[in-house]
Ligand binder design. Structure first.
Ligand SMILES: [Zn+2]
Length: 316
């Protein structure tokens, strides 16, 4: 009879779950369903978990990576954008009551940091900063091999630091946050604004631009698209210089779709970061790299949380 971890990654469009033997990083089974349906999202999650548990085998822990602000201590989802009903949802208790095994819940970007530290680009780094740049911007920090949580579990909201006072409106309602300047939608929006101002671009006339369109055009030499990536990367570089001053990591990992733009994004990022650090000591041996877990980062982050929960000594 084997022992297993059941892990889940909940997003606005899909819920994924996987079963791992406790000594393996390769899933025995993965299942995916739509988040929305006739029943409530947490009921869909519970049913999916129930369906993936192997018959007559022991479950060591169930863990869930959830979007949005989350209390990892009490296992409460404060709010989850795009998931109806997930406001102050006591998800840990709901799962524990149903399955009667140890359960832990975490914010998905925080857990992505944990996943990259344990299984991905950050293996062997005791101090690292992880930032994901896609539709939104989130992140996580590993300090001395521990995930930084903060008193309410709300630490490392990297997208919501102010980089342009009175700048563009952020999805959170504040102005000038990094997410409002550097995220995928922010990049596309800036290009559209510049085109409307009469700046020439191969993208003019395109409807519903995405950051991917901008990245592809930049790769083909479009000057406006290149300027958009440079602008986005420069603000991220400034923000990372701030994070270096606070956390002094040996590695910074960039995940999310925008990081796929390659050197067109990373070169201006590095330049801005170096220009804004207090001392070259922060960047001399710093490794700035892309995330390595790709689409699996949510499940692998939840797996790392399960390992931490059941084998806490493995974090040392
Ligand atoms: Zn914000």
């Amino acid at each position: 009879m084997g022992k297993n971890f059941i892990v889940a990654d909940v997003g606005g469009t899909h819920i994924r779950t996987a079963c791992f033997s406790i000594d393996s990083q390769t899933p025995r089974c993965v299942k995916k369903i739509s988040t929305k349906g006739v029943d409530a999202p947490h009921e869909r999650l519970i049913n999916l978990i129930a369906s993936i548990i192997p018959v007559d085998e022991e479950i060591a822990a169930i863990t869930v990576a959830a979007p949005g602000p989350t209390d990892p201590y009490e296992g409460i989802i404060f709010e989850a954008p795009n998931i109806p009903g997930w406001n102050n949802l006591p998800l840990k208790k709901i799962i524990q009551d149903r399955f009667n095994v140890p359960v832990a819940i975490g914010n998905d970007a925080n857990l992505a940091a944990l996943g990259e530290w344990r299984y991905g680009a950050g293996i062997g780094h005791r101090h690292l900063v992880y930032i994901t740049v896609s539709t939104g911007i989130g992140g996580g920090v590993i300090i001395d091999n521990q995930l930084l949580l903060g008193v309410r579990g709300l630490a490392a909201e990297f997208g919501h630091i102010t980089v342009i006072p009175d700048g563009p409106l952020c999805g959170c309602g504040q102005r000038g946050h990094l997410e409002a300047v550097t995220s995928g939608p922010a990049i596309a929006r800036w290009v559209e604004q510049e085109i409307n101002q009469g700046i020439p671009s191969s993208l003019s006339g395109c409807n519903s631009l995405t950051a991917k369109d901008v990245s592809l055009a930049a790769g083909k030499g479009d000057k406006l698209a290149q300027a958009a990536l440079e602008r986005s990367a420069s603000y991220l570089g400034i923000a990372i210089a701030d994070y270096l001053h606070i956390f002094n990591p040996s590695m910074v990992i960039i995940g999310g779709g925008v990081s796929q733009s390659g050197e067109l994004f990373f070169a201006p990022l590095r330049t801005a970061m170096r220009e804004h650090v207090l001392s070259s000591k922060y960047v001399e041996d710093l490794i700035l790299t892309k995330a390595s877990l790709g689409d699996e980062v949510g499940l692998m982050g939840a797996l790392a949380l399960a390992q931490n929960l059941v084998f806490p000594e493995s974090c040392q």
